[in-house]
Design a protein around this ligand. Structure first.
Ligand code: NAP
Length: 266
């Protein structure tokens, strides 16, 4: 089971992907900035691009930025609708944006997940969806599910992948969800590796402002958890992108190194 699920997901080896929330919500005259980052990402081995219909223009901008390079990308997007028909409409649009195929379709915040389970599985069998996932941030965020709902969805057998927060300030998923993902052989994508940038600016915690860990060490911190497959920092800055890619190529941190990083945020 584990091999079937993860073996078909080449890009889901420990690696750095690219998040698009806020950063790709660009007007038409600025799509070239997204294209520049996407080309640089692809040239340097990034394959996983995460977006969603509710990220403003980001989903459409990603489709345009990929352009003729679409086949080199692993597109992870989402649906957000309580009802089957709403989710299907979002998917039909995604098929147009991403050349008839989405590598990973995620239930955003688990909204309406039971209503979508059947048609998502049919589309996976048909091949227009590669993998099915669910994303979770916080209990009930934006009217979505709880951690208990996430556990139920994981145990239901429809999911291949989950996307969860994991950074030194957001560690709740370590307790039950990551062990369960490992037990079930699910892929794990990490959202918010920099807590929206707060971990880098020191806004997150007082103590972090003094000698705060570098972006590189924060990204390695998440990827060094052996249950994690992809981390999804969002950026529109080519220099930051390259720093993230370099961090992803570094060897995993030891437990002692991880503890020292986390101690900055205690
Ligand atoms: N499903 C969900 O519920 C959910 C929720 C949140 C996020 N996500 C996914 O996870 C992705 C990442 O989360 P996020 O966007 O909240 O925040 P994040 O990746 O934790 O942080 C993004 C911030 O970090 C900066 N940054 C990135 N790389 C940097 C570097 N090397 N050095 C310095 N600054 C750097 C970015 O600014 P610059 O542009 O200046 O680099 C941006 O301000 C999202 O884009 C989205 O795809 C999913």
């Amino acid at each position: 089971m584990q091999r079937r699920r993860l073996g078909s997901t080449g890009p889901l080896l420990p690696c750095v992907g690219l998040g698009t929330w806020r950063r790709f919500d660009l007007p038409p005259q600025k799509v070239h900035l997204a294209r520049q980052v996407v080309v640089r990402a692809l040239e340097n081995g990034v394959r996983v691009f995460d977006t969603a219909p509710v990220y403003g223009r980001s989903e459409e901008v990603l489709g345009r930025a990929l352009g003729g390079d679409r086949s080199r990308a692993f597109v992870a997007t989402k649906i957000w609708s309580e009802e089957r028909e709403g989710g299907r409409r979002q998917f039909e649009r995604q098929l147009r944006l991403f050349d008839g195929h989405v590598e990973l379709l995620q239930l955003h915040h688990l909204i309406g997940w039971r209503a979508h389970a059947q048609w998502l599985q049919q589309e996976r069998e048909r091949g227009r969806i590669g993998l099915i996932g669910a994303t979770f941030w916080r209990d009930g965020a934006f009217g979505g599910g709880t951690a208990a709902d996430l556990e139920a969805a994981m145990r239901s057998g429809i999911l291949d992948v989950i996307q969860i927060p994991l950074n030194p300030l957001e560690r709740a998923m370590e307790e039950r969800i990551l062990p369960l993902a490992q037990e079930l052989g699910l892929g794990v994508l990490v959202m918010r590796p920099y807590a929206e940038g707060d971990l880098l600016t020191g806004r997150g915690r007082q103590g972090a402002a003094h000698g705060k860990p570098s972006a590189e060490s924060l990204l390695r911190w998440g990827l060094s958890d052996q249950r994690v497959h992809v981390t999804l920092p969002a950026t529109l800055d080519p220099t930051h992108l390259m720093a993230n890619i370099t961090a992803g190529a570094a060897p995993p941190m030891s437990n002692a190194e991880r503890s020292a990083i986390a101690a900055h945020y205690d």
